[in-house]
Design a protein around this ligand. Structure first.
Ligand code: GLN
Length: 195
């Protein structure tokens, strides 16, 4: 089971490190032909407009949309969450549109660029998850198939829709493996079981 980590821009190395700590093989994805080798994909944080532009330039945009629709599990963090969204408040920027969520970019205010918070996440259990938010989006609205997994100040910051998982924060930065493990166990493993 190889996990692809989209490596066009942003925090992809940190995801690779967490995957290594989970005992899972990862591959940096920059070419469409590499997509054949992976059983799931992580879209890291960075800048969503840049990631959208680069996905087109590297001819990865359409194949990822197609594979996502056909069953590829995808985990998007921060800008990756924005890429997964069906709707981006006040913006027509390119997005994969695979999750039935409406999101707002830079939603926690520009004055506080980044902050940390402890999140209670029942789905992963244990201690609160130390979440790092960096110019973070949040989810304004979810479709009926979307499960809300965590909120912060009453805003949705972690959600799952079947094999898709979206986090508004950066779970790859704190060394806590629980959310990556959740993705691997619930979105990837379960999905493979069904096939
Ligand atoms: N603000 C960025 C965007 O809108 C996301 C920030 C991040 O990924 N840390 O794309």
């Amino acid at each position: 089971m190889k996990v692809g980590v989209l490596a066009l821009q942003g925090a992809f190395r940190e995801h690779e490190n967490i995957l290594a700590a989970c005992g899972v093989e990862a591959e940096q994805i920059r070419k469409p032909q590499q997509l054949d080798k992976i059983s799931s994909l992580i879209i890291p944080g960075g800048e969503s407009t840049t990631i959208g532009k680069l996905l087109n330039e590297f001819r990865l945009f359409e194949p990822i949309v197609k594979m996502g629709r056909e069953g590829l599990p995808i985990f998007g963090t921060c800008a990756g969450l924005i890429m997964l969204a069906r709707e981006i408040e006040g913006s027509t920027q390119p997005r994969l549109g695979l999750m039935d969520i409406r999101v707002e970019r830079n939603a926690f205010g520009r004055q506080v660029d980044s902050f940390e918070a402890g999140l209670d996440i029942t789905a992963i259990g244990g201690q609160p998850f130390r979440a790092v938010f960096i110019r973070a989006p949040y989810i304004i609205e979810t479709g009926s198939d979307v499960e809300v997994l965590a909120t912060f100040r009453e805003k949705i910051v972690l959600a799952r829709q079947g094999r898709f998982l979206a986090a508004a924060f950066h779970p790859e930065l704190t060394g806590d493996l629980r959310i990556h493990k959740y993705f691997l166990e619930k979105c990837v493993q379960n999905d493979t079981d069904k096939k």
